[in-house]
Design a protein around this ligand. Structure first.
Ligand code: DX5
Ligand code: ZN
Length: 214
């Protein structure tokens, strides 16, 4: 089944509680982008906001770390009741150690890579992770255009999965919307992370219903 994950970066942040209630029955997870102004040119959410979101929703939470020194954030996040931590391969010299730490604490570990990073950089850790997040925009902002070449990465990841008999998830983040969702799903993705496509989509109810029928 394909899951919809709502990236709160595109929500009306001053009405976040109402925004979460509005989409709660239409999506499957909440995606929280943690940016530090170093790894990406933007600053967003920290630990207090993760706790606040947790208080008003029962949806699983995925924390997407776009930070330098992710080990610091991972250590702190172990105390939070979250479903998943997503770490950038470009942000650490020790991705295997980071993944092991997350998984030892019964949290799902996803690895993600920027559009300019080749898939071979993550190949070695594929057997240890729960999923790969393909970044289909340069991370930092909501509302950017989907980079079409990302489709090739999704297809390759899907082929690897079948070739090696593995069962990791393939998530896609950046510029995903109702018009490109079908192509992305056909390529092999099973988690669609969307900011604008969820929080700024007047057709969200229809979109969610159509997707759930598939
Ligand atoms: C971008 C973030 C995304 C972003 C997606 O760096 O990781 O989660 O919020 O927003 P859309 O779907 O609007 O591109
Ligand atoms: Zn994200």
């Amino acid at each position: 089944m394909v899951k919809l994950s709502g990236s709160i970066l595109a929500a009306n942040l001053l009405n976040l509680k109402e925004e979460l209630k509005r989409v709660e029955n239409l999506i499957d997870e909440i995606h929280i982008d943690v940016m530090d102004g170093h790894f990406v040119p933007n600053l967003t959410f920290g630990f207090p906001l993760i706790s606040a979101v947790k208080e008003v929703t029962n949806l699983p939470i995925d924390v997407h770390l776009m930070v330098t020194n992710p080990e610091f954030h991972i250590e702190k996040l172990l105390d939070y009741d979250i479903q998943r931590i997503t770490v950038h391969i470009e942000s650490t010299h020790h991705i295997h150690r980071a993944i092991t730490k997350i998984k030892e604490n019964n949290i799902e570990a996803f690895v993600t890579l920027n559009p300019g990073t080749p898939l071979v950089f993550i190949e070695e850790v594929i057997p240890y992770i729960d999923g790969v997040l393909v970044m289909s925009v340069n991370p930092g902002f909501s509302g950017q255009k989907f980079i079409a070449k990302s489709i090739e990465k999704i297809k390759t990841l899907n082929n690897w999965k079948q070739k090696h008999g593995m069962n990791y998830s393939i998530a896609v983040d950046g510029g995903v919307n109702d018009s490109n969702a079908d192509v992305i799903i056909s390529a092999g993705a099973n988690i669609l992370i969307m900011g604008y496509g969820i929080f700024k989509n007047p057709e969200l109810e229809n979109f969610s219903k159509q997707l759930r029928k598939k």
